[in-house]
Design a protein around this ligand. Structure first.
Ligand code: DIG
Ligand code: MN
Ligand code: MN
Length: 388
């Protein structure tokens, strides 16, 4: 039995805004003292995280003077040095300030669109200065509450123009940065453009530098859209675009809950961890989540430890699944192939099509082949419940 203790090789990361979340919500004010970035890094070091991520204004307040910025960055670098934590990812807050209330890159106001580029370039500089190699774009305000006022085609063109510009900025400055686009279907009321990971994958293909751009799927956001998170991640992986991942948990079809990883949808979390471990995903396991509003600082630490512990428990369950003889025997039976149609697989040829069209199938027999999924799924449940 493993000890489920996090180690750097697990690459567990948290954003400053996650364990630093003071517990405010749309219907209640903060319940916990605000922690400084230095205090947050010290907390993450204490619980065993490998890295810390940030939005520009999580670290440097939007009103900070250049001198204040420099001091904050200096103190942050010092605590990173003291604790050994790294900064794998950075991102821009293009959603909190009122300037972005009609969007940032997709705003109808060209001055806001220009300001969003200005702010993002400076935030990229900060992220690179602190070692980030992945840059996330989450368009929290890139959407509409009424489609009367914004042309969806213009919005897509504006977003594309902004990303093309920023890819060129990264190239021009020899930044070793990969961009990761994060989808979300809606905010409390509005509809966000490019609402799912699948939509983002389609959009990336329209960019000038698609090779620089991937996705940052988030479990809560795909669940909000009623989707299977592991399937979205598998599509991203298949496309070579899984550049980052946001792990948390979420009831289906609810507003973004950003719950502790594995606290709600244990089976979905298992199949996600199994997928990442099966394919050898080597990126950061980023927990974009926060503690219950009911908890104080000890609860925040328990939250962070719980995210990592559950990942490691499920990683062990995935290894048990692979080693379980009964499960593996069922999988062999399920995937049995008598080779009788092997000549039809693979690339097209006119001869292949001709002989396949002429081939005599026993359709009735095809329909009589059942699959033992009930038995297999119960074995999976037994595994997850710890009775196997
Ligand atoms: C919301 O899930 C978004 C923001 O927290 C942030 O921009 C991004 C980074 O993971 N996730
Ligand atoms: Mn979220
Ligand atoms: Mn996220």
């Amino acid at each position: 039995m493993a000890d489920y203790q996090p180690h750097p090789q697990h690459k567990f990361t948290f954003g400053l805004w996650t364990v630093g979340n003071p517990g405010g919500d749309p219907f209640g004010k903060a319940v916990r003292k605000a922690l400084s970035p230095v205090e947050i890094v010290q907390l993450l070091s204490e619980v065993g995280a490998w890295g810390v991520n940030f939005h520009d204004n999580d670290l440097v307040p939007i009103e900070a003077t250049p001198a204040e910025r420099d001091r904050i960055v200096k103190d942050f670098k010092q605590v990173l040095n003291d604790t050994g934590l790294v900064v794998p990812m950075a991102t821009t807050n293009l959603f909190y300030d009122p300037a972005f209330r009609d969007g940032a890159f997709t705003s109808n106001d060209p001055k806001v669109r220009a300001y969003a580029l200005h702010k993002t370039m400076r935030a990229m500089d900060l992220g690179v200065e602190l070692g980030a190699q992945t840059y996330v774009f989450w368009g929290g305000r890139e959407g509409t509450e009424s489609d009367a006022g914004k042309n969806a085609l213009d919005a897509g063109k504006r977003f594309r123009e902004a990303l093309n510009f920023l890819c060129e900025y990264a190239l021009d400055n020899q930044y070793d940065l990969k961009f990761a686009l994060e989808a979300k279907p809606n905010e409390p009321r509005g509809d966000i453009y490019l609402p799912t990971t699948g939509a983002m994958l389609g959009f990336i293909a329209t960019l000038d530098h698609p090779e620089m751009v991937g996705v940052n799927p988030e479990m809560a956001h795909e669940h909000m859209a009623g989707l299977n998170f592991m399937h979205a991640v598998a599509q991203a992986w298949d496309a070579g675009k899984l550049f980052h991942i946001d792990l948390n948990d979420q009831n289906y079809a609810r507003y973004d809950q950003d719950l502790r990883f594995g606290s709600q949808s244990i089976k979905q979390a298992f199949f996600l961890v199994k997928f990442l471990e099966d394919v050898g995903y080597a990126g950061a396991r980023h927990f974009d989540a926060h503690a219950y509003r009911t908890d104080n600082l000890d609860g925040v630490k328990a939250f962070a430890k719980g995210c990592m512990r559950t990942y490691l428990v499920l990683k062990e369950k995935a290894a048990q699944f692979k080693a379980d003889p009964e499960i593996q025997a069922l999988l062999a039976q399920i995937n049995a192939d008598d080779g009788s149609v092997a000549q039809f697989s693979g690339k097209y040829s006119a001869d292949k099509a001709k002989s396949l069209k002429a081939y005599e199938f026993d359709r009735v027999a095809l329909g009589q082949r059942g699959q033992p999924y009930e038995q297999l799924d119960q074995l999976t449940i037994d595994l997850l419940l710890g009775v196997r």
